[in-house]
Each structure stands twice: as C-alpha cells, then as structure tokens.
Design a protein. Structure first.
Length: 488
C-alpha cells in the first residue's frame, strides 16, 4: 500500500474513532436524559394521583378510589395505573430492594424486560390509615426504544457521512502532498539507478519531501562528477596497467634472449659452415644441393623461434579465442626450456588431455611464463618444476565473490627455497621483489595477477619455507567478465 493511502486511512480511522466515540457518549447521555424524564413523569403522575386517591378513599370509600384509577386509565393510551397493597401476597413478586424502599416511603422504578420491548414500572407509596399501599404505573418502552433506534441510525449516518467526506478530502490532500511527490522521488531514484545522473526533480511544496528532493538532486550531481572522475581515473589506470604489462613482457623477452642466443647459435653455425662449403667449392653436385637444403631447414627453424619471440612481445588489444590450454602450456615450456636447461632444471607437465577455454592466448602465456620464470629463479639447485592442469572445486576470494564452483586449475610447483611468511602477503604488490639485483623488477606477479583477474579468475599461492612454492591459477570454465573495480 502506498504511503499516502496509509496516512489517509490512519487519519480516517482516527477521525472515525473520535466521531464514533463522541456520538456514542451523546447517545448515552440522550438515553439517560430520556430515562430521567420518564421517571420524573411517573413520579409527578403518581404523586398527583396519590393525593386524589387518598382523598377519594377517605371521603367516598375504596370503590370510589379504584374508580378514580379506572377513569384515569381510560384517558391514558400508553400508561396503565393500578393499586397494590404492600402487605398483600401480590407484593411478594416485587424485588426485595424495591419492596423495602416502598415500605420505607420511597418511590421506586425498574425496567421489566420479560416482554419485549420492555416495561418501565414505577411505584408511588400511599398510606391509607395504618396500611401502606402503592400506585403502580406501567408504561411500555416502545417509543423510547424507537427513539433510541432513530438516534443510533441518525448518528451512524452522520458519522458515515462525516467519515466519507473526511476520507475524500484526506485522499485528495494525501495524493497532492505525499503521493505525487513520493512518486516523483521514486522515479528520480530509478533514473539515477539506471545511470541517468542528469535527472532532477523540483517540488513546489516547502516541507521535508522538498528537502529530500534537493538532497537527491545534489546527490545526482555529486555522482555525475564522481563518475566522470572515475572514468578518467579508470582510463589512466588501464593505460598504466597496459604499460606495466608491456614493460614486463619486454623484460621477460630480455630474460629469454640469452636462452634464445644458444638456440640460434647452433643453427647459425650450421648455416655458416654449409655456406662456406658452397662458396669455397668444397661441396659440389649433389652435396651442394644437400647443403642448400640444410641451410633452408635451419633458417626456417630460426624464423620460427624469432616469430615466437615477436608474438610474445607484441603489444596488442586483448582478445579471447578458443584455445587448448594444454598445448599453450607445452608451447610456453618449450620457449623456456633453454633457460631451465642452463640451471639443470627439468620442466614437466601433467594434464588429463585437451582442455579448451575462451582465453587471450598471449596474455595467459605471459602470466604462465612469469610464474615459471619465477619458479626457475627460485630453484638454486637442480630439480624439477612441474606444471599441472586439471579441474577443482574452489570458493572464490571475497573480492571476486560468488559461490563455490568448478574451476580450471593450473599449478606451477617449484622446488625452490619457498617464500617467508612475512613476505607472502606482499608478493602481488607492484615493484615488490625479493630477487637478486638484475633478476627481476617486481612487476611479474602483479601483472600476472591482473591478467588472470581480467579472465574472471584469480591466483593463489601456498609455500613452505625451504621446500618450495605452488602458484595456482584458477580460470572459469566459460568466459566471464572480471568484477568491477578488481585489483589488477
């Protein structure tokens, strides 16, 4: 129910209760006044007839006195008069308190409801010599009850008419003063909720609702300014984040360059040797053709290696395409194999088979590369670095939100020295690093965290100091947008 209607009905109920209460009191007063009037009339009639009845009895006898009462009854249509001795057996039917009052010389009244609509019976005590009697006056309450009904009906009609009039006026005023302004404020709130921060409402009345409207208008203006600021800051943040990612990518390429030098060195030596054989004439005929074939093969091999490096370092707008995560991991490890080989580290993979996801292959490869490179650098002695793929049920972190569900999980487990407990909470902070000078800038984990969050997932880490670390990437099985305001 709308607020205006609630207020209207509350006021109408209050007014109805007040009016009904006042009318009820007035009806009760009217009934009491009518009863007193009837008793007064009975008392007046009883005492008037009582004096005449006594004189007629004393002067002309009992028959003449009773004839006087009979004559009085002929002139009364509603009232009936009768004589009753208080010491006769018929007096025993009177209530004891009434009988005692009459014997004490007091007038008595009571209502007899044995026959509808009831009778008003009054007794006026009269003394005839030493004996006491009473003139009984009986009057039906038909007119009084009819008067009561008419009064109640009239009061009810008047109360209903007043209540209806008050209801109509209250509804009109409630609609104008409360209902319509509240609807305008609700519409303004909906438009603001839908993003229309230019919406405004202006109320002509001067009350609390007008104050609320002014406050909501100011809030809309403040939100518009804040949104413009957030848009600008978000654009700057995204630009900075993209620069950081690109810088990290270039730093990773630099780390890979030394390993690639060894990969390119051997094919270059083969090409140089075969070219000298051809140029000096050492290789002739079929041997020259074989040398040319070997040169072509080695050049294609070197071209492929260089193309991988260019694809990895090229800065481009992120885009998602269907990708087999298992093959992506294998390509990434093949790219990092020379770096691992120089440290006598074996790169191993564990995967249940093909695992297709909608991902940005370049960004995901960059994140995996950062984690693997960190693992290689953390291992100060020969060992095995494992990359394990699978599915697992997990509860997302608080900032990501959502219920426990199935996720694609990628674990990078090294056999390094582990991470100290006091350092663990800070590992994803930009420019924070515990590596030796020249081994890292502190951007790798931060950038990787942001890349995975852009895919709707997160990175968790578990580490035991002195026994290695495990970085786990959780990705949604289907494409999912990152939450608004996610920390990169």
């Amino acid at each position: 129910m709308k607020l205006a209607r609630k207020i209207t009905f509350a006021l109408v109920l209050l007014a109805f209760a007040v009016i009904a209460g006042l009318e009820t009191i007035e009806v009760q007063r009217e009934l009491a006044r009518s009863a007193l009037d009837m008793q007064h009339d009975h008392r007046l009639l009883g005492h008037t007839l009582g004096g005449s009845f006594v004189r007629a009895w004393e002067l002309e006898g009992e028959d003449e006195a009773l004839t006087l009462l009979a004559d009085a009854n002929r002139f009364q249509e509603q009232v009936r008069l009768s004589w009753r001795w208080l010491d006769s057996p018929s007096a025993a039917e009177l209530p004891r308190d009434q009988l005692a009052a009459l014997r004490a010389g007091q007038d008595t009244f009571f209502v007899d409801d044995r026959l509808p609509p009831g009778l008003l019976r009054s007794f006026t005590p009269v003394s005839i010599g030493p004996r006491r009697g009473a003139i009984e006056i009986i009057e039906p309450l038909t007119e009084q009850r009819m008067h009561v009904r008419q009064t109640v009906v009239g009061t009810a009609v008047a109360t209903g008419a007043i209540t209806l009039a008050f209801l109509l006026v209250a509804m009109a005023m409630g609609r104008r003063l409360v209902g319509r302004p509240v609807e305008q404020l609700a519409e303004l709130a909906q438009r603001i909720g839908q993003g229309d921060l230019e919406a405004r409402v202006h109320l002509r009345q001067k009350d609390e609702l007008a104050t609320l409207a002014d406050a909501m208008n100011q809030m809309a203006g403040g939100l518009a300014a804040a949104r413009a600021q957030v848009v600008a800051e978000t654009a700057a943040r995204l630009a900075t984040l993209e620069h950081l990612r690109h810088a990290d990518r270039l730093a990773t390429v630099g780390k890979l360059a030394s390993g690639m030098a060894h990969e390119l060195g051997t094919p270059l030596n083969v090409v140089l040797g075969r070219a000298k054989m051809i140029s000096t004439g050492e290789a002739q005929g079929d041997e020259s053709l074989e040398c040319a074939r070997i040169i072509s093969q080695q050049v294609l091999h070197m071209t492929g290696i260089i193309r991988q490096l260019l694809d990895f370092a090229r800065r481009r707008t992120p885009r998602r395409t269907p990708e087999d995560l298992t093959q992506l991991v294998e390509r990434t490890l093949a790219l990092l194999q020379p770096m691992a080989a120089r440290r006598n580290i074996v790169l191993a993979t564990e995967a249940p088979g093909p695992m297709n996801l909608e991902v940005d292959a370049g960004q995901l490869q960059q994140a995996i590369t950062n984690l693997v490179v960190n693992g290689i650098q953390a291992m100060k002695r020969p060992g095995t670095l494992r990359v394990r793929l699978g599915r697992a049920h997990a509860l997302p972190p608080v900032e990501l939100g959502g219920p426990e569900a199935e996720w694609v999980r990628l674990d990078v487990t090294d056999e390094g020295e582990g991470i100290a407990p006091e350092v663990l909470p800070r590992i994803f902070e930009p420019f924070f690093t515990t590596k030796d000078v020249g081994e890292g800038t502190g951007l790798g984990l931060s950038v990787s965290y942001g890349l995975i969050r852009d895919h709707g997932g997160w990175i968790s880490v578990s580490s035991e100091h002195g026994r290695g670390s495990c970085f786990s990437i959780f990705l949604p099985p289907e494409a999912r947008e990152p939450p608004q305001g996610a920390k990169a």
